[in-house]
Design a protein around this ligand. Structure first.
Ligand code: G1P
Ligand code: ZN
Length: 544
């Protein structure tokens, strides 16, 4: 097998964002673009030479081609063993599971998560370390630095690998193992949850569910686990066949994009439980009959009920949430005497806390939750957690959540996204907010007194690393909050996210509509940031 050394020049735009390098497919197809980034991984992660690499993606357009390219480069860079999900597929949490289970040196995951796919859509690549988690900033920084100076990459002149047949092939000295993409993950779920109880729930004839795989990666996982292993009726999984462009849709499980599912969970014939996952299977949305569970509440409910679930019955070591996520879980932690950490946005910040055994559960407002079972957020895991809970508590989703509010208080929550705004206007807006911070504490805005105002910085309690500039926080003395940050995952212009939260401990006021409750805070937030005059937008693009 002939190793080829190809000359190349650096691209200036390969800095990984919140979750790896994400760009339009056409950019990834620029000659040498993908190869430069991959070689930069091999150049900086030197233990991959002679080691084991896991490889898989969410199946979007360009996935198969990129997998072939990376396998050849892995072989040319001396990787001893490449473990690849069948057909080049692995959901992000399944990749994390496989990286950990087989004690590998890490993995490359091809995904642009919930961003649309297809020739005009997005593509992405990220490296996960041996703990199964997204590379921390030190690692992504080194990879990025390497992309700025790269002058050559190594690959092989070889025939294509057969990605569809399970088994081992060799490519020069390298063993390429094509594995079942679902089996290891399904086995892990069976360890954590009481499958027998859930089977009884489905078998009772009293319970109906739909899971929307949004034409993305979780289709095969959900069909096997829900329909085959747990006995849910055939057809429980909708949009279950993965397609390269997600059926032309936007595979993001929220009230806007998962509208087909929302319709099935609404009205007099609504199902009892509905859930969806995103392009690469790490996000989740939970719905009851005519009832939406905010991701922040979902995390809090899981923490409060973990003792009912087999895999967590021994207790939680602590919990964590990303900074913009509502403080609902903080209330649970306080009541249960658990440590609670506030981290910057992005799953990579949970990694050290999970590895150090300081937390068991964690989550983000952006439809992500997970635990120490892997080092990624995990969509189907959250769905199974809820199913298990419904099976043991014998209550509806709505009853469980409302009971939770009565006990712990309710954190009303909403997020307003302004997508595709001018990048310069966005950074000016953030700079403007920054100038207001010093004078805000102690002032009263529409009856809310500001307790603190800052640009969030985080010191990792495990390794002491500091991450600054993680978003503007304005906290009021009544517990409500406004948070502003710019997205780190978009591929066009800038996206401003405004996160709003208001606390309510009076049970008589907890069942009001979120939009009405949040209106005053929305007003404060839009005026303070001068959103309309600075971005030209009167309304957000998406409200979740
Ligand atoms: C978004 C979410 C963030 C999540 C990330 C990856 O990042 O806000 O919570 O970890 O996607 O799924 P953002 O675009 O806000 O940087
Ligand atoms: Zn995702």
């Amino acid at each position: 097998m002939k190793i080829l050394t190809i000359s190349t020049r650096p691209f200036s735009d390969q800095r990984p964002g919140t979750s790896g390098l994400r760009k339009k497919v056409r950019i990834f197809r620029t000659p040498h673009y993908l190869e430069n980034f991959v070689q930069s991984i091999f150049d900086t992660r030197t233990d991959l030479s002679g080691g084991t690499l896991v490889l898989g993606g969410d199946g979007r357009y360009y996935n198969r081609q990129a997998i072939q390219t990376i396998i050849c480069m892995a072989a040319a860079n001396g990787v001893a063993r490449v473990i690849v999900g069948q057909s080049g597929l692995l959901s992000t949490p399944a990749a994390s599971c496989v990286i950990r289970k087989y004690h590998t040196n890490g993995g490359i995951i091809l995904s642009a998560s919930h961003n649309p796919g297809g020739p005009d859509g997005d593509f992405g690549i990220k490296f996960n370390t041996a703990n199964g988690g997204p590379a921390p900033e030190g690692v992504t920084g080194a990879i990025y630095a390497r992309t700025r100076e790269i002058s050559q990459y190594r690959t092989l002149a070889a025939d294509e690998i057969d990605l569809d047949t399970i088994g081992t092939q060799s490519l020069g000295e390298t063993r390429v193992e094509i594995i079942d993409a679902v089996a290891d993950y399904a086995a892990l779920m069976e360890e954590l949850f009481d499958f027998e109880r859930i089977r009884q729930l489905f078998g009772s004839g009293q319970f109906s569910m739909r899971f929307d795989a949004m034409h993305a990666i979780t289709g095969p996982y959900a069909k096997l686990i829900l329909e085959t292993m747990l006995g849910a009726e055939p057809g429980t999984v909708i949009n279950g066949d993965p397609s390269e462009d997600f059926g032309g849709g936007h595979p993001d499980p929220n009230l806007v994009h998962a509208h087909e599912l929302v319709a099935l969970a609404s009205g007099p014939d609504a199902v009892d439980f509905a859930a969806a996952s995103d392009g690469d299977g790490d996000r989740n949305m939970i719905l009851g009959r005519n009832f939406f569970v905010t991701p922040s509440d979902s995390l809090a409910v899981m923490a409060a009920n973990a003792r009912h679930i087999k895999g967590y019955a021994g207790g939680l070591s602590g919990v964590a949430r990303s900074m913009p996520t509502s403080q609902a879980v903080d209330r649970v932690a306080e009541a249960l005497g658990l440590d609670c950490y506030e981290t910057p946005t992005g799953w990579k910040f949970f990694g050290n806390l999970l590895d150090a055994g300081r937390i068991t559960l964690c989550g983000e407002e952006s439809f992500g939750s997970g635990s120490d079972h892997v080092r990624e957020k995990d969509g189907l895991w959250a769905v199974l957690f809820w199913l298990n809970l419904l099976a043991v508590r014998n209550r509806s989703v709505q009853e469980i959540v409302q009971e939770h509010w009565r006990k712990f208080g309710r954190n009303f929550y909403t997020r307003h996204d302004y997508e595709g705004i001018d990048a310069e206007a966005a950074s000016d807006l953030m700079a403007h907010l920054e100038t207001l911070l010093a004078d805000l504490p102690g002032t009263t805005l529409d009856g809310h007194t500001v307790g603190y105002a800052d640009n969030f910085a985080y010191t990792d309690p495990v390794d002491g690393s500091v991450s600054e500039n993680q978003g503007i926080r304005i906290g009021f003395t009544d517990g409500s909050r406004i948070v502003y940050r710019l997205s780190g995952t978009g591929t066009e212009g800038a996206t401003l996210r405004v996160y709003l939260e208001a606390c309510e401990t009076d049970p008589g006021k907890q069942d009001r509509e979120t939009a009405g409750v949040m209106q005053p805070l929305v007003g404060i937030a839009t005026r303070m940031a001068e959103i309309e005059s600075r971005t030209g937008r009167r309304e957000p693009t998406v409200i979740t």
